[in-house]
Design a protein around this ligand. Structure first.
Ligand code: PLZ
Length: 493
């Protein structure tokens, strides 16, 4: 969706604090109460305090200690893991990451949309500590424990639709997507899976196959899984021939329906899987009418409609789920990332009759629904709901979107600005064209990193800067980080 159709609320309160909901502030207060040295480690209650919510540069970034550790890492760790910024973390909380050289970086990444509640939310930390003292693991397939029921009940309640639901818990996002497909196949007795261009669903064999981008995710890793088909994403900025959001939605849906009907055969399709806002692919917001058309098409043909809300879900886009903007109720929803406030936990939640199509023993995993991760998730979900983090995300959009738009107006290098809530992006192009300019995105990211702002790039063409701050980010910090990005864009030749 183009931002022109997505006006954020008026800015009359811009720069002012919204009372009672800036966690960074609350944690800074907690530190003062504890009167610990700077940076404080623990309060008397034993709860880890968040670092001072302020950007502080003490050395070049990365600093000497980080550089030494990165060298050490290179001798021990496989090269296949790349790193955005070779900075080693000493502590993190709220929207600040403190590195081993004492720099305070503003976190616009949240560990890729994971730490929506911050990396050390007191309620999550406490839940983890308590559960770790009781037991760390039993394997949910061997003996059961209550924190898993808690999470399942909360997800059944919070995900779209008020029909009878069941949840299955796993550890990673890819596992959730892969299991959602297994469940859809078991339910329908069909094989085919239909996904979109610019999609990202994971790195396992099936989810890597479902992921669109070849380098670095697929290169050298074939042969790929069979029965995965792809329709074009309604990527408005890059839709051939252009057009309004409505026109792009209509044309993209027509192509999906045609591929489903003429190339696959609708009766062979087990599932359509899509991210309502495509994450790694470049924060492509799928138009509401497109989501509604696809959902209706799936329903008409007995196809399971699976929303991958792993990056976009749980408050990130200003609603609890990104599909909520379109009023669409998926059959199955995959969640992970923000679900457990930093611990590895993922879930598939959906219609009871579909979820229960798999016979006992067909789903599982040694660590699936680990009790510490479940305790963390139960606390994180409470925080997301009780502190209205979806509302915080909408507020972040209201503050940031006008500034991003102003960057587009002032720089011919910014071709598009888009996103929802605290999932916002700038797409960089060569001046006067729509030709992707990954070097410009990299240069702005490098400028931000040098100035202690952790910004990430993304996009099929690597030319997008994405903003994924913790939803609890202090407004002063957000303002400061946006100022750094503005300077980074202005510094482009
Ligand atoms: N579905 C929509 O965003 C993970 C991947 C980063 P896992 N995105 C970050 C990388 O380079 O590995 C993601 C996602 C969506 C699925 C996944 C996969 O989640 O927890 O990484 O397996």
């Amino acid at each position: 969706m183009r931002d022109s159709e997505h006006e954020p609320p008026a800015l009359s309160t811009r720069g002012r604090r919204v009372p009672g909901i800036t966690l960074g502030h609350a944690l800074a207060l907690r530190q003062r109460e504890c009167q610990s040295p700077d940076p404080p480690r623990t309060c008397q209650a034993g709860i880890v305090a968040s670092p001072l919510q302020q950007r502080i540069l003490k050395t070049a970034i990365p600093g000497p200690r980080s550089l030494r550790l990165h060298e050490q890492r290179s001798r021990a760790f496989a090269d296949g893991f790349a790193v955005t910024l070779p900075v080693f973390v000493a502590e993190a909380g709220g929207a600040i990451i403190v590195d081993v050289d004492g720099n305070h970086l503003i976190d616009l990444a949240s560990g890729i949309a994971v730490t929506s509640v911050g990396a050390t939310h007191p309620r999550v930390v406490e839940a983890v500590q308590r559960q770790a003292e009781r037991f760390t693991h039993t394997c949910f397939m061997i003996t059961e424990y209550e924190p898993a029921i808690d999470v399942a009940e909360k997800l059944n309640r919070l995900t779209p639709g008020d029909h009878d639901k069941r949840t299955a818990l796993f550890s990673t996002g890819a596992e959730a997507v892969e299991n959602a497909v297994k469940i859809a196949r078991a339910h329908t007795g069909r094989d085919a899976v239909l996904v979109l261009s610019h999609a990202y669903h994971g790195r396992t064999l099936l989810t890597m196959t479902m992921t669109a981008k070849h380098v670095p995710y697929k290169e050298g890793f074939g042969p790929y899984a069979p029965e995965v088909y792809r329709a074009p994403s309604p990527y408005e900025y890059r839709w051939p021939g252009g057009g309004s959001a409505e026109a792009v939605a209509r044309e993209a849906f027509a192509q999906l329906a045609d591929i489903a009907t003429t190339q696959i055969g609708v009766d062979n399709i087990a599932a359509i899987v899509l991210e309502p806002i495509q994450g790694e692919g470049g924060f492509v917001v799928l138009p509401d009418e497109y989501l509604r058309s696809v959902a209706a098409f799936a329903r008409e043909h007995g196809i399971v409609f699976i929303a991958d809300e792993i990056q976009s879900g749980l408050g990130r886009t200003g609603r609890l789920f990104a599909v909520d903007h379109a009023g669409v109720v998926p059959d199955l929803v995959a969640t992970a990332k923000a679900l457990a406030g930093g611990l590895p936990l993922s879930a598939v939640t959906g219609r009871a009759e579909i979820m229960n199509a798999v016979a006992p023993g067909g789903l599982g995993g040694t660590y699936a629904g680990n009790p510490i991760a479940c305790a963390a998730a139960s606390a994180a979900l409470d925080v997301i709901v009780e502190e209205d983090l979806a509302g915080r995300a909408a507020r972040i959009e209201a503050l940031a979107m006008p500034r991003l738009r102003a960057m587009r107006e002032s720089s011919s290098r910014v071709g598009d600005v888009r996103g929802r809530g605290a999932m916002l992006a700038l797409e960089f192009v060569r001046p006067g064209t729509r030709t992707p300019d990954p070097a410009a995105a990299k240069a702005v990211a490098a400028f931000a990193h040098a100035n202690a702002v952790l910004a990430l790039t993304c996009g099929t063409y690597g030319n997008v800067i994405r903003l994924l701050p913790p939803l609890v980010i202090d407004e002063d910090l957000l303002d400061d980080a946006l100022g750094v990005l503005e300077a980074g864009v202005a510094a482009l030749a």
